[in-house]
Design a protein around this ligand. Structure first.
Ligand code: AMP
Length: 174
């Protein structure tokens, strides 16, 4: 099975995307290789430890790709946290700050039951604003967030400090 080092080699660094000064971590080479993709899902699934997870929650949009696969491995359901206006049913909403302005994430009000054990998954932890908003939504639904797991963490941005959770895992740190 490919290792984290193999995943690291596959990630493509794209300078100045989507704007000057950002070094974009392109994970599509991992997705395009069945063995690397499978390995990324298995490494993320392992972060749940021995806890039986009820729902894996993925964050719009690349988080969906990983969270859905992890949910299948763990025998758990998958729940999307989406950008505003995409979910058709009754939602809970949470606003969060961007560099300029504000954005909103939503979850279906009935997607998670009180006490359900959750693994929150996204592709990348940068400033942590998006994941922090997802955590607030899940807490508002009284769920039990067992862990918060990322394929990639950009450690210099100290995103984990804003998440306020004791079980934050990343497969690759930069
Ligand atoms: P943040 O809320 O700052 O932690 O940003 C997290 C989201 O933005 C993640 O879901 C990533 O998909 C995306 N993102 C932020 N920075 C990068 C980066 N350097 N490369 C790739 N994706 C990024």
């Amino acid at each position: 099975m490919p290792t984290a080092a193999d995943l690291d080699s596959a990630i493509r660094d794209v300078p100045d995307f989507p704007k000057p000064g950002i070094l974009f971590k392109d994970i599509t080479p991992i997705l395009g290789d069945p063995e690397l993709f499978k390995s990324s899902l298995e490494l993320l699934a392992k972060t749940a430890g021995n806890t039986k997870i009820d729902k894996v929650v993925g964050i719009d949009a690349r988080g969906f790709i990983f969270a859905a696969g992890v949910a299948q491995i763990l025998g758990a359901g998958f729940v999307p946290v989406r950008k505003k206006g995409k979910l058709p049913w009754t939602t809970h909403q949470m606003a969060y700050s961007l560099e300029y302005g504000e954005d909103v994430v939503e979850i279906h009000a009935d997607a998670v039951k009180p006490g359900e054990k959750i693994l929150l998954v996204d592709d990348l932890l940068a400033t942590g604003g998006t994941a922090a908003a997802a955590i607030k939504l899940l807490k508002a639904l009284d769920s039990d967030i067992v862990g918060v797991s990322f394929l990639i963490e950009l450690t210099a941005l100290k995103g984990r400090d804003v998440l306020g959770h004791s079980q934050i895992h990343s497969i690759l740190s930069y």
